[in-house]
Write a protein that binds this ligand. Structure first.
Ligand code: ADP
Length: 243
């Protein structure tokens, strides 16, 4: 059975084919990285896979099920969680309430603010401790650092108990100490059985963290394989250097 696969996925904005007949497969249990120059379609690809954008054509299959064009909450409920490039937290809500809002991504509206059961609250606290910001639970999200907001967003994603986590630039704008913490968390969560697909510009992090790399250029994959192999692939060097 395929795990996460796209077939001929295409999405155009006006005349620009942001994702252009992309056929990609990701294997279960891995830390997969998706890299490529700016504008190569990585975020649009993520958005199509997670239901934020409906593709023009092509399919997305998750665990053998066609989830193409499904609403984000349905995809989240199927086990696919995601974070955003520009971190998405509710700035005026407390850190704890932000994590609790994570269950919302699965469409469980009855669990919204004010109606949390004690199990959810206990779990939210556990996740905050896991990402190392439990001491901030009463702070408003806007008052914690950007890196801490990224950790908060990850805790919110975990609240929905995803088996696959897609992270869009987890290290972007984050200080080196917190990048180390994010990397450690990804490794631990992966060791517990979670699959990752990570878009990231920090090459050092990509190369040390991932076990499989897919390289995008102009909306489609041009190379894939182990980090060391991809790094030396002439097509990849060409895409990055534009030679
Ligand atoms: P990446 O994440 O690799 O930087 P993107 O998916 O953000 O790439 O963008 C791919 C291409 O699609 C770029 O040319 C970008 O300008 C274009 N694009 C992305 N989103 C939109 C949008 N909402 N409207 C118009 N063009 C877009």
């Amino acid at each position: 059975m395929t795990f996460l696969e796209t077939n001929g996925l295409t999405k155009a904005f006006g005349g620009v084919r942001a994702v252009d007949e992309a056929t990609v497969s990701f294997q279960e249990g891995r830390i997969n990285a998706l890299i490529g120059p700016n504008g190569s379609g990585k975020t649009t690809f993520f958005n199509c896979v997670t239901g934020m954008i409906r593709p023009d054509s092509g399919t997305v299959t998750y665990r053998g099920r066609d989830v193409t064009g499904h609403a984000p909450h349905r995809i989240a409920r199927a086990g696919l969680g995601r974070s955003f490039q520009l971190c998405r937290v509710f700035p005026r809500m407390t850190v704890l309430d932000n994590v609790l809002a994570g269950v919302r991504s699965t469409g469980l509206a009855h669990r919204l603010r004010g109606a949390h059961n004690p199990d959810d609250i206990a779990r939210a606290r556990e996740l905050l401790a896991r990402v190392g910001i439990e001491h901030l639970e009463r702070s408003e999200a806007r008052d914690i650092s950007y890196g801490q907001q990224k950790l908060l967003e990850l805790a919110g994603v975990l609240m929905a108990e995803p088996d696959t986590i897609m992270l869009d630039e987890p290290a972007g704008g984050v200080n080196p100490a917190l990048i180390g913490r994010i990397a450690t968390l990804v490794r631990e969560l992966n060791a517990e059985g979670r699959t990752f697909v990570i878009v990231e510009h920090n090459m050092e992090l990509v190369m040390s963290l991932s076990d499989h790399v897919v390289v995008f250029d102009r909306g489609r994959p041009i190379a894939s394989g182990a980090p060391a192999d991809v790094q030396n692939d002439p097509r990849v060097l060409e895409a990055y250097l534009g030679v």
